[in-house]
Ligand binder design. Structure first.
Ligand SMILES: Cc1cc2nc3c(=O)[nH]c(=O)nc-3n(C[C@H](O)[C@H](O)[C@H](O)COP(=O)(O)O)c2cc1C
Length: 322
């Protein structure tokens, strides 16, 4: 098999490695995004439910640290989405990734501003719908991932999405080393997205307790909250996660289960983990691949080590895309 690691989008952006940072609410700060982009990957600012001016602050931070292109990940359910897109366009951001919804109402204006749009998709049907609406690529994310997840595994989802669409597919979920990146290409993807691996980059600004928890984690140390009633999210096990699941089970016994009450249990918990390192009350969102991650090192080393291993596994020359 001849592996094709070319991706027209990555080429256009001048990236060295076909590796993207998954947008991460609170954890995906400008400093981390800048380090990843500067090293030749594609860094992303995670914006969650921020106001436009918070997004502008992090964009300016990236710009102060690198001249390389970077992306902004937006949550379409955010009440502030209009102002966030205004800031993204004003600041000349090159790439937008979208989670939690359909970006098509904004597509024309983003394209008019020259912005590449890549929604995260958990299923074939959504990938096909996104392609029809005119997005530039899709990020097919499996349920091994940290953060909010769908139902399918990366191994099952990616080849099915690849077969269903003609636009580039970036694989996400459970990728933490060069073997994972090579596997993504074997499944037909045109790039790999990682979240959890970058959380332990030296430039990652998450609380030391969060980094330590990932570095200590074993393969079975994540749990999915919101499985029964809420918004499914993969987190490292702790008191908060176990209580959440217990409360969910209890709520389900009631005659009229209150899904909103269950979702409220999650409110603010990711920020608590990322910024305060609250070991008991925080939601330490991280993927199943946590068990593989044993070191903290600069983003540049993560990228070059992974690409060396990936090209070795794929049996292709160890050279960068540009
Ligand atoms: C702490 C954390 C926060 C995340 N927040 C978001 C987000 O705001 N938007 C989004 O599209 N994906 C989010 N994700 C998913 C990542 O972008 C990425 O797809 C995922 O981490 C890939 O799987 P991996 O963790 O196995 O590498 C988050 C993941 C983590 C670990």
């Amino acid at each position: 098999m001849v592996v094709n690691v070319d991706n027209p989008i990555f080429k256009k952006l001048g990236m060295k490695y076909p590796i993207v940072e998954g947008g991460m609410t609170w954890a995906g700060t400008g400093a981390l995004a800048a380090a990843i982009s500067e090293a030749g990957g594609l860094g992303f600012i995670g914006t969650g439910y921020w106001h436009g001016e918070d997004v502008r602050r992090e964009i300016k931070r990236v710009k102060s640290l690198t001249d390389k292109p970077f992306g902004v990940n937006v949550m379409l359910l955010s009440r502030h989405i209009r102002e966030v897109f205004d800031v993204i366009i004003e600041e000349g951001v090159k790439v937008v990734a979208t989670g939690a919804g359909d970006p098509s109402p904004f597509l024309d204006e983003l394209h008019a501003a020259g912005i590449i749009v890549m929604p995260v998709v958990p299923s074939v049907s959504l990938a096909k719908m996104m392609e029809k609406k005119g997005v530039d690529a899709v990020i097919a994310e499996g349920m091994e991932s940290g953060g909010h997840i769908g139902m399918l595994t990366t191994m099952a989802l990616v080849p099915q999405v690849v077969d269903a669409v003609d636009i580039p597919v970036i694989a996400a979920g459970g990728i933490g080393d060069g073997r994972g990146v090579a596997a993504a290409f074997m499944l037909g993807a045109a790039g790999a997205q990682m979240g959890t691996r970058f959380l332990t980059a030296t430039e990652s600004e998450i609380h030391p307790n969060f980094k330590a928890k990932i570095l200590k984690a074993k393969d079975i140390d994540t749990i999915v909250t919101g499985n029964l009633l809420g918004n499914r999210a993969r987190v490292l096990k702790n008191k908060m996660a176990k209580n959440f699941v217990k409360n969910e089970v209890n709520e389900l016994q009631k005659e009229k289960p209150d899904a909103a009450a269950i979702e409220k249990l999650e409110s603010g918990t990711l920020r608590c983990a990322v910024q305060e390192g609250d070991k008991e009350g925080g939601a330490f969102m991280a993927g199943q691949i946590s068990g593989l991650i044993k070191d903290e090192k600069p983003a540049a080393d993560i990228l070059s080590d992974i690409w060396t291993q990936a090209t070795g596994v794929m049996g292709i020359e160890n050279k960068t895309l540009s």
